[in-house]
Design a protein around this ligand. Structure first.
Ligand code: NAD
Ligand code: IPM
Ligand code: MN
Length: 355
């Protein structure tokens, strides 16, 4: 029997509520499969921890996490702690320290999810965003000069390395090839005359090695427009850190909302642990009231199973989730229902056992 050691950082706001359900689903998936189990280690890191200790995680937090196969994270951020501190000292540090350079975000319209766009039904949106996750606009480099003075200047430097661009673009080409999908690069070379001109040139150069993959290259403003007007045109998308962040919230909005959007932060060579998390935040506006939709966390759990080498169990979770949504009975308020977070989790577990 394989035992997977998972670090769990439930985090802030709705994080603990949705992660509790994700764990129940993971355990049910393991028990019904029979071939593996999970051992969880819980780390109470986040804003509460910060308010008590002055740290989002202990100094040796990264060393502690490095011993695990994967990290399952809820959300980070709470009123009272500046977002740039809470996110940089925990979530972004983990992504960077473990070189989780791929952020894989499926944008798929499942049965039972509502789409605000006219004339688009289940399957009408089925893309996967490969977001660069280690550098770019999120390099964290810059300066703040002459603070508070009239001559104040702030610099936020984008970092686009050859290695960083090549590896993410190559990953996307490999994915598009293996799934026989088209690949669209999203950039902004007309205005960002260094970083994105470079990105486009790398895309073209690597593309020459993948003549079998049909490609397109769009400016991010036009790509946003097509997300709304013609989302069916996209298969795999590869884009920079910030553009990927923004486009995937837009993607969530057209495929049922933040409560359904999942993401995987991958270190493809598996030298370090990868991290699985819903793409939504800590949602302080609904936290602590069992109003949060746990399905994004459940979908992320399915991505984790895939990464750990259990593709059948991963597919089963997604299938159960879709059947559950199509039945439209036990849903949280964001999906038009009146069920609690836990009731949705319980219902998914029940379906996993009855499938
Ligand atoms: P958010 O994603 O937390 O919330 C945006 C809106 O979506 C809110 O109205 C919220 O109620 C709703 N929503 C989000 N998840 C939901 C769910 N599972 N079910 C139902 N509704 C859901 O984004 P925000 O309000 O911009 O940020 C809140 C905090 O979270 C900030 O501190 C921000 O920095 C942080 N944040 C963290 C992460 C992360 O940890 N990965 C991601 C985004 C934002
Ligand atoms: C996300 C989040 C993070 C990001 C924030 C919280 C730093 O918005 O995972 O999409 O921008 O990557
Ligand atoms: Mn985001």
């Amino acid at each position: 029997m394989t035992i997977h050691n998972i670090a769990v950082i439930a985090g802030d706001g709705i994080g603990p509520e949705v992660i509790a359900e994700g764990i129940r689903v993971l355990d049910a998936a393991a028990e019904t499969d029979g071939g593996f189990r999970f051992r969880y280690s819980y780390f109470p890191w986040g804003c509460e921890h910060y308010l008590h200790t002055g740290r989002m995680m202990p100094d040796d937090g990264i060393k502690t996490l490095s011993g695990f196969e994967a990290i399952y994270l809820g959300a980070v951020g709470a009123p009272g702690v500046p977002d740039h501190i809470s996110l940089w000292d925990l979530l972004l540090t983990i992504r960077h320290s473990f070189d989780q350079y791929v952020n894989l975000r499926p944008i798929k319209l499942l049965r039972g999810a509502s789409c605000p766009l006219k004339g688009i039904g289940p399957g009408g949106i089925d893309m996967i965003v490969v977001r660069e996750n280690s550098e770019g606009e999120y390099a964290g480099k810059g300066d703040w000069l002459f603070r508070g003075e009239e001559r104040e200047v702030v610099l936020q430097t984008g970092v686009f390395s050859r290695l960083g661009c090549e590896r993410i673009i190559r990953y996307a080409f490999e994915l598009a090839r293996s799934e026989k999908r088209t690949l669209t690069s999203v950039s902004k070379g007309n205005a960002l005359n260094y970083s994105m001109v470079f990105w486009d040139s790398v895309f073209e150069r690597i593309g020459a090695e993948y003549q079998d993959v049909v490609t397109d290259s769009l400016l991010v403003d036009a790509a946003s427009m097509f997300f709304v007007k013609d989302p069916g045109r996209f298969g795999v998308i590869v884009t920079s850190n910030l553009f990927g962040d923004i486009l995937t919230d837009l993607g969530a909005a057209i495929t049922g909302g933040m409560g359904l959007a999942a993401g995987a932060n991958l270190n493809p060579p598996k030298k370090y642990p990868s991290m699985f998390e819903p793409i939504h935040g800590s949602a302080p506006d609904i936290a602590g009231r069992q109003l949060a939709n746990p399905l994004a966390a459940v979908w992320s759990a399915s991505q984790m199973l895939e990464h750990l080498g259990h593709p059948e169990a991963a597919a089963r979770i997604l299938n159960v989730m879709e059947c559950h949504m199509a039945a439209a009975k036990i849903l949280t308020p964001d999906m038009g229902g009146i069920a609690t977070t836990a009731e949705v989790g319980e219902a998914i577990v029940k379906r996993l056992w009855s499938l």
